[in-house]
Write a protein that binds this ligand. Structure first.
Ligand SMILES: *Cc1c(COP(=O)(O)O)cnc(C)c1O
Length: 468
């Protein structure tokens, strides 16, 4: 038994090897951590030698040391790898939930970096030299872009829904149309959130039709709220009826103490309708109709960081700000930084909104997309002839559970590798750095240039070249 492990080097000999110092320097690791890693690998080799399953039946000390340092180096590499990695989204789906939804604008990115690097006036009033509130940071900006009396920011829109129901309808009734009891990706159900919040769900109407009288008949002294939910991720077509915000607002105004709250889901500040994209209600319009409260996501069609924005009547928002849950659901300074810079782009108006990547990508024209696709193909053809390539017309999606019925005409580069399958190519591309996520259809890999930026073209060319 002993015989098998007699060439295992002792730890001090490994520590005195040049390679030990080199690894410490190359990978920025402490000697203690590296020693631990080496001990783990010695233990593995020892076990393999004793069981007679080591790759070499009678290895010399040098062979073992080479093997060991090779393996340890691989393990060292892992310490410099982060789990979150850059991905080139070649799916064409602009708000891809699995790929992090909205990309931030350059202004938002640099503002995040500034605030992360330095101290900031997050909760400090620079004018008065006193403690400030983080709820005041971008309230003015939110008021300007939505037209609301007041506004605040929480962790995400799911948190906003929960918060509003908990604060205003705990143990009370909330009336919702059956047609709007949606489930959003990741099994988030409005009905479950409502249950968690302590509100009693009163369902009215049917899946396809809900009338004003359905709501009227359901209102009683236990009613705290009528809630309308934007059916972001599906459409009912045909024999349907839902009640307009305006009518529900009037009904709530007639009944004292009944709040009208609309969960807008995506909540757009930019009118995509003017580009003939979808029919999302603009937040300001809903508030103009008199909604007491609305909430929406920061990282869907708004194109900012993950956040939930609550806007509406000042008296209600003030109550929320003072509620204990405001602390539980509060957002970080980096979120405020990104959101502030994003909202400023809306305030500037006009074309400035297109500095926000989600808006730029969704409104991008086929012509502009084709130029990028052609540039990629031209460059790729210069460096490799390994792939069969064609530029085809196709459709991209908005994604993020928004505008489910909208298809955006686009151009894709269809690629077929010559000696491996398309699935094998797709799998290889998921391991590159940055990783590339593309669509596979009809035995072709499709790169949709709607979501591929000018800067990413050269990177993509190098990645494709390096695969063979
Ligand atoms: C997406 C969505 C939510 C959840 O928003 P998050 O920001 O993802 O938490 C809630 N309600 C509706 C209608 C939605 O579309």
């Amino acid at each position: 038994m002993k015989e098998a492990v007699r060439h295992l080097p002792p730890i001090h000999e490994l520590q005195n090897d040049d390679r030990f110092q080199n690894l410490i320097i190359s990978y920025s690791l402490s000697a203690e951590l590296l020693t631990e890693l080496i001990q783990e690998h010695i233990q593995r080799i020892r076990n393999e030698l004793l069981k007679g399953i080591y790759k070499d039946l009678n290895p010399s000390k040098e062979v073992i040391m080479d093997d060991l340092f090779n393996d340890v180096e691989k393990a060292c590499g892992k310490f410099n790898e982060t789990y979150l990695r850059q991905v080139i989204n070649a799916t064409g789906t602009v708000l891809h939930t699995n790929l992090g939804r909205a990309r931030l604008s350059e202004e938002a990115i640099s503002q995040v970096v500034n605030v992360a690097r330095s101290y900031s006036n997050l909760e400090y009033n620079l004018e008065k030299g006193t403690r400030g509130s983080r709820h005041d940071i971008i309230e003015d900006l939110l008021i300007k872009v939505t037209g609301a009396e007041a506004a605040m920011v929480v962790n995400n829109n799911a948190a906003a829904v929960y918060f509003i129901l908990r604060a205003f309808a705990n143990n009370k009734n909330v009336i919702v149309s059956r047609g709007q009891l949606i489930e959003i990706g990741g099994s988030f159900r409005i009905s479950s959130i409502m249950e968690e919040s302590g509100a009693n769900l009163i369902e009215v109407g049917t899946t396809n039709k809900t009338h004003l009288y359905d709501y009227e008949n359901a209102v009683d002294e236990n009613t705290a709220m009528i809630m309308k939910i934007h059916t972001s991720n599906f459409k009912t077509i045909g024999f349907t009826k839902s009640v307009e915000t305006k009518e529900l607002v009037e009904l709530c105004n007639d009944k004292e103490q009944v709040i009208f709250y609309e969960d807008l889901g995506s909540g757009v500040l930019f009118d995509y309708k003017q580009y003939s994209v979808g029919d999302e209600p603009v937040v300001a319009e809903v508030l103009q109709h008199g909604a007491d409260l609305v909430s929406f996501s920061g990282d869907k069609l708004l194109g900012g960081p993950q956040a939930g924005i609550i806007a509406g009547k000042k008296a209600l928002i003030d109550k929320l700000k003072k509620h204990q849950l405001a602390r539980v659901l509060r957002v970080d300074k980096m979120t405020f930084a990104a959101l502030e810079a994003t909202l400023q782009a809306y305030l500037r108006g006009g074309e400035y909104a297109k500095t926000i990547p989600a808006i730029r990508d969704i409104t991008d024209t086929k012509g502009e997309i084709k130029v990028r696709a052609q540039k990629f193909v031209g460059l790729l053809n210069q460096v490799t002839s390994y792939y069969d390539i064609a530029i085809l017309e196709d459709f991209s999606q908005v994604g993020g559970g928004t505008m489910p019925d909208v298809v955006l005409p686009t151009y894709v580069v269809a690629i077929r590798p010559q000696s491996i399958t398309v699935e094998e190519l797709a799998s290889k591309l998921r391991q590159t750095s940055p990783a590339v996520i593309a669509r596979v259809k009809n035995d072709m890999l499709l790169l949709d240039f709607r979501t591929i930026t000018e800067e990413e073209i050269q990177v993509l060319v190098s990645i494709f070249k390096d695969q063979f």
